[in-house]
Ligand binder design. Structure first.
Ligand SMILES: NC(=O)c1ccc[n+]([C@@H]2O[C@H](COP(=O)([O-])OP(=O)(O)OC[C@H]3O[C@@H](n4cnc5c(N)ncnc54)[C@H](O)[C@@H]3O)[C@@H](O)[C@H]2O)c1
Length: 419
């Protein structure tokens, strides 16, 4: 790509980050490995975070407010990873300043907010990408390609189950308040919902779900189970249990009993939460940018094989095969046995999954290509997450109104070897 005298270096998209927290630290690591994005600014309300951000990006400007960052003429696009309750406000602010936007999941905490973001993007002519869900990861995109090939007949069922230690990780007050977008349905629902929508074609007809909140020290829901029916009649179930007694990572031969924490650490965290002795603020700041535990939290081996991380196991059943995530592609269990079909290109780096949303934004802004995960796509995913909570409250099936299709041309370059 870059670096030879004949090939000009690609134009870099100048990006600002609003909210440099745990999610922000994760994506900054991926951005640092890209030659198409330059981090030019960061905004956060915590001065210590800005100091650490400047150490990592000495050329970048830092701001204490999103308003100041959005007024910076050098910023072309923003990555919004502020707390959920600010996503709509910050996205609309950025749109008004003509900045393109990638917004973390959940896109917003209500459909009214999401609608306002879609309107602002259209009014001010900016790209709004609802990003950073596990549907962007290589195994899921490979699975979609195998389904689309038609080789194994029709798609009959989708099931995703996750067991994580999400509820035991350090949390801020807003994350522990459902009114501010806290809890597993808001925070982890978008990963599974985006994924089943991508694989199932996009249009979910209805949702019936239950949620569970059974940890006294954390009143937010740490569990949901949802049954979705697609317009086509396709059934999908998604389940996430974030209480961390059992973690799904140990279900692959190369995995172990650890998501973020070992079983012993999880037990110690429960004890500290029960006795009120846990320093959540300090612990959370230690995994943000430049923190003492940032490396341990994020800097794993880029070539490490896939394990059932927070999103869990996704299994697609077709007429003549079951598909599930593999190390760098997809396992096909069919009439001839079991095969591991790898994606072509870039899988060796293991980084594709973390960059896909930025590659999509870049291609759209710089090369005029369509933006696939736009505001309407994100709004449809949010609608399902909200329906999960509504169905649980009202104990009934919720019909959906804002669903959109996966465009047929999405991800045309994704190739799966041996298909
Ligand atoms: N896609 C993923 O895999 C993933 C992973 C982690 C977090 N996230 C998302 O990132 C967002 C933040 O979660 P987190 O875990 O990083 O929490 P966090 O608390 O670590 O990050 C939020 C950051 O925003 C800052 N902030 C608060 N108010 C602000 C304001 N008004 N203006 C600017 N900055 C402000 C905080 O100081 C903090 O640094 C959430 O939307 C979450 O869903 C996504």
């Amino acid at each position: 790509m870059s670096g030879t005298s004949n090939t000009p270096a690609p134009r870099k998209l100048r990006l600002g980050m609003i909210g440099i927290g745990v999610g922000g630290a994760e994506i900054l690591r991926a951005i640092a490995a890209m030659d198409t994005i330059e981090v030019v600014a960061g905004a956060d309300v915590v001065p210590e975070t800005l100091v650490r951000f400047r150490e990592r990006f000495p050329e970048a400007k830092t701001y204490l407010t999103a308003e100041q960052l959005c007024a910076d003429d050098n910023v072309e696009a923003v990555w919004i990873s502020s707390p959920n309750r600010f996503h709509a406000e910050h996205a609309i602010l950025a749109a008004k300043h003509g900045k393109h936007v990638v917004v973390e999941k959940p896109m917003a905490i209500s459909l009214a907010e999401a609608g306002g973001m879609v309107e602002a993007a259209e009014k001010y002519g900016i790209k709004l990408l609802a990003g950073h869900t596990r549907a962007f990861t290589v195994p899921i995109r490979a699975m979609r390609r195998v389904i689309q090939s038609g080789k194994f007949g029709d798609l009959r069922a989708l099931n995703i189950w996750s067991y994580s230690d999400w509820m035991l990780r350090p949390r801020t007050a807003d994350e522990l308040d459902i009114a501010q977008g806290g809890g597993i349905p808001y925070r982890q629902g978008p990963h599974q919902v985006d994924t089943v929508r991508l694989l199932g074609g996009g249009i979910v007809r209805s949702v019936r779900a239950q949620t569970g909140a059974w940890m006294k020290e954390r009143s937010i829901p740490g569990y949901y189970a949802a049954f979705m029916e697609f317009e086509s009649g396709l059934p999908a179930t998604i389940v996430h249990n974030g209480y961390g007694y059992f973690v799904g990572a140990e279900l692959v031969p190369w995995g172990h009993d650890k998501a973020v924490y070992t079983a012993e650490q999880r037990a110690a965290i429960r004890t500290a939460l029960r006795s009120g002795t846990r320093d959540e603020t300090g612990e959370k700041q230690s995994i943000r940018i430049g923190g003492s535990r940032e490396k341990e939290y994020f800097y794993d081996d880029d070539n490490a094989p896939w394990i059932p991380e927070d999103m869990g196991f996704a299994i697609a059943s077709l007429d003549r095969a079951d598909l599930r995530q593999s190390k760098f592609g997809v396992f096909v269990h069919d009439d001839s046995g079991k095969r591991d079909l790898r994606v072509v290109a870039d899988h060796e780096t293991g980084m594709v999954q973390r960059r896909a949303e930025l590659e999509e934004l870049y291609a759209s802004v710089v090369h005029g290509e369509p933006l696939w995960h736009d505001g309407r796509w994100g709004m449809a995913t949010l609608e399902v997450c909200l329906a999960i909570m509504q169905s649980a409250r009202e104990r009934r099936e919720i019909m959906l109104q804002h669903q959109v299709e996966v465009p047929a041309a999405y991800d045309a370059k994704m190739q799966v070897a041996g298909l």
